[in-house]
Write a protein that binds this ligand. Structure first.
Ligand code: DGJ
Length: 557
């Protein structure tokens, strides 16, 4: 796969290929360097400052409410569905009018697109498949539970279903190639949406039973070891190898293999990066076989290796973050960020408490992130997301994106080089440190901008209950890039940062050489607005409520 190719080689090849072909814009692709990743758009690293529209906003007449919110969000990328039911309402008759309108309007708004293919599965169900698919169990079989009853979920073993979905998806990709090859407005495609199955661990139909008895394919054996609790055979049937995990792993393989065929056919006509998104299983629960507690067969963290083995044309399995607890977010990000799996958060709740995670996600080297439900359709998915459906819903995200956006391309490059780090205030609100090269930065929260550090926890017994307004719930965060030996770009809000020497600088007294507040211009040049000194640095770097960008240089003496 290209994503494992050497970055320089890929960039050179891209430049060469586009020069040869006279093509204006190289095709987007993922690259990796030393286990880190970048999405390359227009030949340059790109950070997806994304916004995902609501599920039913995929119609031309609904788009104006999407664009308005995307603008307020300062997002550079819109994620939005393309539904199989709208693309092929009657079998074999394709309607690309929505896609054409969407792509044209995205160009007018100077926003890139990530298209979400709502095909056989959307949140595991078939509701976005055309009616001629949805109500024909004979031709497009549903899964069968252990009790012998039909599940709501279409079977990944349905050959006709796979054929039909593949044909529709390939038609979409061929159309995109025709209308977008010269522009690359569409930069990635999600294949299906939150796949897997609730209520049954796998397909127990006769066809499912026959497939389950087959030996585990070599590609899966090579990548996926049995959990430590299973004394499984080195090869053999799914049960032989994976014991109590066999049903879930088999189903993951079946779903991933289906997606692979859809993606492979689509990429054969137009080779955009492709990914799947995941309705998570609890990352903190002790590992145990499926017991109805998540969508079996989806790309949960425990089966990413099976997806990698079965679906090489899917570049990324991305986590959809809808559990707001900081410990779960942290654990999930760690489980999905791997050398063979770029971190991309295709969805995250749009409640205000999620905004601070943007710093953590982009700081730790993600290629992008997107809060879900960023449009003014007057629909709220509370309690997963925000209660508000107006500008106040978009604002916590828009402020951060607005500050981030001028340096988004630089950030993607720094992140690929391993220079970036991210912090989000935890639910415990305790200080956190990040280790940089020869410097350590400690972040603390709920501090006044003037005065010594205060431990905000009641159990700390400081007696201080007088905290800055607006800090009632955690919303602080910072992302840092070390751009030189002693030089840092910091973006953050509601956080105090303290720098101290470590490594070669350990024990050396240090002070700020410069703390410039400013921004990057369109050419990537730093523009200083003012220099922080005196009260503004005597008590550490106290980033205010508004996302602020600083260029900090440290010195030792
Ligand atoms: C996750 C799904 O992927 C989205 O399409 C949406 O249904 C949200 N859940 C809930 O609003």
């Amino acid at each position: 796969m290209k994503k494992t190719a050497n970055l320089l080689a890929v960039l050179c090849a891209l430049a060469f290929a586009s020069a040869q072909a006279g093509a204006a814009v190289p095709i987007p692709q993922l690259v990796q360097k030393d286990g880190r990743h970048a999405l390359i758009v227009d030949g340059r690293p790109y950070t997806v400052l994304g916004a995902q529209a609501h599920n039913s906003s995929n119609y031309p007449a609904a788009l104006h409410k999407v664009w308005a919110a995307v603008k307020d969000a300062h997002a550079n990328t819109l994620e939005i569905p393309v539904a199989w039911e709208q693309l092929e309402p009657a079998e074999g008759k394709f309607d690309f009018s929505y896609v054409d309108t969407l792509v044209a309007q995205a160009r007018q708004h100077k926003v890139r697109l990530v298209l979400l293919w709502f095909g056989t599965w959307k949140n595991t169900g078939p509701q976005y498949a055309p009616e001629w698919v949805r109500f024909n169990n004979q031709r497009f079989p549903r899964m069968v539970g252990k009790d012998g009853k039909n599940s709501y979920c279409l079977s990944p073993l349905g050959e006709q279903t796979l054929k039909a979905d593949t044909r529709a998806f390939t038609a979409l990709m061929a159309h995109l190639k025709t209308i977008d090859e010269a522009h690359r407005t569409v930069i990635m495609v999600q294949v299906e949406n939150e796949v897997g199955t609730y209520g049954t661990v796998r397909d127990f139909s006769p066809m499912g039973e026959a497939a389950f008895r087959q030996p585990v394919p070599a590609a899966v054996l090579a990548r996926k070891k049995a959990p430590p609790s299973v004394a499984g055979a080195a090869s053999g049937s799914w049960s032989d190898v994976y014991g109590a995990y066999a049903d879930e792993y088999f189903h993951a393989y079946a779903v991933a293999s289906y997606i692979e065929q859809v993606a492979r056919a689509g990429r054969a006509v137009y080779d955009l990066p492709m990914f799947v998104n995941n309705a998570l299983r609890d990352p903190l629960e002790p590992m145990a076989p499926w017991k109805g507690n998540f969508a079996s067969g989806g790309p949960t963290f425990d089966v990413i290796d099976i997806y990698k083995a079965a679906a090489p044309h899917i570049d990324i399995a991305g986590p959809d973050l809808y559990s707001p607890e900081s410990a779960k977010v942290d654990a999930t990000l760690g489980l999905f960020q791997r050398a063979d799996n770029a971190l991309f958060v295709p969805e995250m709740g749009n409640a205000p408490g999620y905004a601070r995670y943007i710093y953590q996600i982009l700081g730790r080297g993600a290629i992008g992130v997107a809060p879900f439900g960023i449009d003014y359709a007057e629909y709220t998915n509370y309690p997963l997301g925000a209660k508000a459906t107006d500008k106040t819903m978009v604002e916590p995200f828009g402020r951060i994106y607005a500050a981030f956006r001028p340096m988004a391309q630089l950030w993607a490059q720094w992140s690929l080089e391993g220079r970036t780090h991210g912090i989000a205030e935890s639910d415990a609100r305790t200080p956190q440190s990040v280790a940089l090269k020869n410097w350590k930065v400690t972040a603390s929260f709920r501090q006044w901008q003037f005065g010594p550090v205060v431990d905000p926890r009641p159990e700390a017994g400081t007696g201080k209950q007088d905290f800055p307004a607006g800090t009632e719930s955690p919303n602080g965060g910072a992302a840092l890039a070390q751009i030189g030996e002693n030089e840092f770009i910091v973006i953050g809000q509601r956080v105090r940062l303290a720098f101290e020497g470590s490594g070669a600088n350990a024990g050396k007294p240090s002070m700020y050489a410069r703390v410039e507040e400013g921004h990057f211009d369109a050419a990537g040049k730093w523009v200083m607005e003012r220099n922080w000194n005196g009260d503004q640095t005597d008590w550490g770097i106290n980033l205010p409520a508004s996302p602020t960008v600083l260029k900090i240089r440290m010195g030792t003496y």
